[in-house]
Design a protein around this ligand. Structure first.
Ligand code: C5P
Length: 223
């Protein structure tokens, strides 16, 4: 059978990563977290003293870091210049800076090309999650899903994921999520948006298991 390509988009905290990983594992597909790639390039910019709010400086430096993503859904990996980036890309510092970096067109072109080649090389197909996968990166995907959830549900899920000293209160998490979504939806190049042919799934009242089941059923129907 031909490799199946699945695009899963939506704002932060809708369950994209958990859902995509589980669906890929269940169906024997690869998994690509495109947010991790934007976080990785942002981490490199911060580590190398690039002002993330200077779009020209970010554009000039954008081709320097070598970002490699491992696509095994049971153990996805991300490295920058050979360094394990999985931990550092989840810090508050990176989360606060990533929308500015990901809005720079040169960054998007580079990362989009990388994503397309990873998807093209996935032997059995792949689940790719992000913000612009269905519209820009893989417009010919076999299935496009757009996950949504209320801001309250998204903030509660995100708070649950944060640990230790970075665990912020619910209200602050909610404000930060809304701010990041507004930046991602409002940027000029490839904003967060639902493709016309994407299936929208509101996960507010659903358990993770129910969302996984729903997406698996949609993939089987699409194939
Ligand atoms: O999914 P995650 O929250 O890790 O994504 C981090 C950031 O990466 C987003 O807020 C957005 O700025 C950027 N991103 C993007 N396009 C994608 C995936 C993520 O611009 N396809």
């Amino acid at each position: 059978p031909a490799a199946v390509i699945v695009a899963i988009d939506g704002p932060a905290g809708t369950g994209k990563s958990s859902t995509s990983k589980a669906v890929a594992a269940k169906l024997g597909l690869g998994y690509l977290d495109t947010g991790a790639q934007y976080r990785a390039i942002t981490w490199w910019m911060l580590s190398n003293g690039i002002d993330v709010n200077d779009a020209t400086a970010v554009a000039d430096a954008s081709a320097k870091p070598v970002i490699v993503s491992g696509t095994d859904p049971a153990a996805p990996t991300i490295t920058v210049d050979g360094l394990d980036a999985a931990g550092p890309i989840r810090t508050q510092e990176v989360t606060s800076a990533v929308s500015a970096v990901s809005a720079v067109p040169e960054v998007r072109t580079l990362i989009t090309d990388l994503q397309r080649s990873i998807a093209a090389e996935a032997p059995d197909g792949i689940v790719v999650e992000g913000r612009d996968i269905g519209i820009t990166v893989l417009p010919d995907a076999d299935l496009k899903v757009f996950l949504t959830a209320s801001p309250e549900a998204r903030a509660a899920r995100r708070s649950g994921e944060l640990k230790g000293k970075e665990a912020s209160d619910l209200a602050a998490t909610r404000e930060a999520l809304i701010k990041r979504d507004a930046a991602d939806s409002g940027r000029k190049t490839s904003p967060l948006a639902k493709a016309d042919d994407a299936v929208e799934v509101d996960t507010t009242e659903l358990t993770l298991e129910q969302v996984i089941e729903c997406v698996v059923t949609l993939i089987e129907g699409a194939g």
